[in-house]
Design a binder for this molecule. Structure first.
Ligand SMILES: [Zn+2]
Length: 165
């Protein structure tokens, strides 16, 4: 991946990072820090708040023109309790690739896009050991359109620049 001369700091950045993400579902931040140990169960892949709000970590991949590597956001989405239980049941099963997509509300604020919180998504289970893929299905949302049509490397640099400083 070639670097680029930055319009913000004037420096040459050697690499263009192709992946960003959030460590927690947005709902996590609505729990006061002092109460998190008691109310939140969190692993690197899953999160439960108050035993009634269920979240899974997943990845949005956006194709980039002229690049074999997609641009990606590591995000969280909500899941229904039934789908959350199901995802846990099949977590280590090779057959889990045959799971139907799970509906989820996006739980990550994505910089560079307006209003990504609680837009509609489908979560597609991948082979064991691979993070699920998110398909954004919110009608006419810029993130849905970018995922469907791909973005230019110029747009990647535009998205990445504010995140590097
Ligand atoms: Zn810079």
């Amino acid at each position: 991946m070639p670097g680029f001369t930055c319009t913000t700091c004037g420096q040459f950045h050697e690499e263009i990072p192709m992946c960003f993400g959030s460590e927690f579902p947005d709902y996590y931040f609505s729990v006061p820090p002092a109460e998190r140990a008691e109310r939140v169960e969190l692993t690197s892949d899953l999160c439960v708040v108050d035993e009634e709000h269920f979240f899974i970590r997943a990845r949005i991949e956006i194709p980039v023109e002229g690049s074999l590597e997609p641009f990606c956001w590591n995000v969280w989405t909500s899941l229904s309790e039934a789908n959350f239980i199901r995802a846990n049941e099949v977590w280590n099963e090779p057959d889990r690739v045959n799971e139907p997509a799970y509906f989820g509300w996006l739980q990550t604020v994505i910089p560079g896009y307006a209003d990504t919180l609680n837009i509609r998504t489908l979560v597609h289970t991948q082979p064991v050991g691979t993070i699920p893929r998110v398909e954004v299905i919110e009608e006419n949302h810029p993130l849905m359109l970018d995922q469907r049509h791909g973005i230019s490397m110029y747009r990647v640099i535009e998205l990445v620049t504010p995140l590097l400083h």
